[in-house]
Write a protein that binds this ligand. Structure first.
Ligand code: TYD
Ligand code: MG
Length: 448
């Protein structure tokens, strides 16, 4: 008699091994190997076999017909923007974010918007009871006949329901609470999350309905282990924002149907997460600046946004601490080293903390100059003018480099009532903003 085959899979990274291992040799996780059942082993073997026997033939690109992308509006200007122009039929989208940031609130509102437009919508919740969702629905004012709720965690039952009616839009809240009978591992484990996502992808494509899945991110930024879902879905959007402020940013990380440049900006209000009415002017205060504060303008997708940067430089007791929120720590260390070297600041004996207000994360180097200005301002305990904007990328040699979209940024600076800007080079277009040119770090001091 043939010996029974066994196969083990790591719940953290998906590594497979014929033997059980106390520690996964791939990702180093302890006690993460789970034995697969005979059905699962058969499935894996069949899928390997089928790819060997097939005869394939490539087609010249000129003979291939283009797939038309069918989009419809979600009823939210900001969500449409991040998605690249609306929801794509048959697509699978992942919305991630930390607990409490507003994922369920946003998607219930979107579900309501679509139901109002006479589309059949199913909201599946594995986290809350239908009664709890109803409470939220009352708050969001989304009581429409076309919006159906299903409190269920069994994927097979959920798929039955989706197949049974002509839904146009489905929300799964959240992927980590669902389980599929096809695998024996616990809800939220990598095998479960992967199996369920795979099934939902097939369903979305075969029925041509968009499915949005919610995924919680743990503190270290991973969705159920090492972001296993990201490569499987069509679109990945992440919520960012400070839970203490009402502003939330929805950023595209992957989009098979559009660019990932745009950022959606929402405001949490009594009646849910709404499109931010006017983005400008939300991320800085117009009052007099305190020492340690500097203003800059960053590009979030196609939109320039003025933000406030705060720095605190204080004498260190013991080993000096360097920490930043919303800005890359390594880059902060680089800027501090540059200040020590070029301006002879004895920062080695100071703690330095940097914070970007409004929960924004800076992903472009154009804010370097403003970071430097805020650090200098705190170090000298002298406030900067609240009418001045700092703009420029700082290189390792201390040169200040050009930034992209300078004219667009200057226009925003003017619209918001600022009069002065410290920038790396003369703008090509005429502007009424008074521009001071700082082409190297030491010049910044002159214009502060
Ligand atoms: P929620 O959508 O439940 O977060 P997630 O699904 O990402 O875990 O949002 C929870 C927070 O939103 C909660 O702290 C209360 C707040 N909230 C409002 O401020 N206004 C509202 O209308 C709703 C429904 C929630
Ligand atoms: Mg939720």
């Amino acid at each position: 008699m043939a010996k029974k085959k066994s196969l083990f899979e790591c719940q953290a990274c998906g590594f497979q091994s014929p033997r059980w291992l106390g520690k996964c040799t791939n990702c180093g996780e302890w006690d993460s190997m789970v034995e697969l059942n005979s059905e699962q082993i058969k499935f894996i073997e069949e899928s390997k076999k089928s790819s060997f026997n097939k005869i394939v033939k490539a087609t010249p690109i000129t003979e291939i017909m283009q797939d038309d992308i069918d989009r419809f509006s979600s009823g939210s200007r900001e969500l449409d923007l991040v998605l690249g122009g609306g929801i794509v039929s048959g697509s699978l989208t992942l919305i991630g974010g930390s607990p409490g940031i507003g994922k369920s609130t946003l998607l219930l509102k979107i579900a309501g918007n679509l139901a109002k437009m006479n589309r059949g919508v199913l909201y599946v919740s594995g986290e809350e009871s239908a009664g709890q969702i109803k409470l939220r629905a009352n708050r969001l004012d989304v009581n429409y006949d076309n919006l159906f709720l299903l409190a269920e965690i069994n994927l097979q039952y959920i798929m039955q329901e989706i197949n049974s009616k002509n839904y146009n839009f489905v929300v799964i809240d959240s992927i980590q609470t669902l389980y599929s009978e096809e695998t024996s591992s616990a809800p939220g484990s990598v095998t479960q999350v992967r199996t369920i996502t795979f099934e939902l992808m097939r369903l979305a494509k075969s029925l041509d309905i968009p499915i949005f899945i919610i995924g919680h991110i743990t503190k270290d930024g991973s969705i159920a282990g090492p972001r296993v879902l990201e490569h499987m879905v069509d679109t990945v959007l992440y919520f960012e924002g400070d839970l203490n402020s009402e502003l939330r940013l929805l950023r595209g990380f992957k989009n098979r149907f559009g660019s990932t440049n745009e950022v959606g900006i929402f405001e949490m209000s009594k009646s849910g997460l709404l499109d931010a009415k006017s983005v400008a002017g939300k991320f800085f205060s117009r009052d007099k600046l305190s020492s340690g504060s500097a203003l800059t303008v960053i590009m979030e997708g196609s939109r320039p946004i003025i933000i406030e940067i705060q720095a605190l430089v204080a004498e260190a007791y013991g080993h000096p601490k360097r920490s930043s929120t919303g800005f890359d720590n390594n880059r902060l260390n680089m800027l501090l080293a540059l200040l020590e070297k070029k301006l002879d600041l004895p920062l080695g004996t100071y703690d330095v903390f940097v914070n970007i207000s409004g929960g924004i994360k800076i992903n472009e180097p154009s804010a370097d100059l403003a970071i430097i200005a805020s650090i200098l301002s705190s170090y000298r305990d002298r406030e900067l003018s609240s009418k001045t904007i700092f703009l420029g990328e700082v290189s390792l040699t201390g040169d200040i480099r050009e930034v992209t979209a300078l004219n667009q940024r200057l226009k925003e600076i003017k619209t918001q009532g600022f009069t002065k800007a410290v920038i790396p080079n003369r703008p090509l277009e005429e502007t009424t903003i008074k521009c001071y040119i700082a082409d190297e770090v030491s010049k910044v001091v002159e214009w502060m």
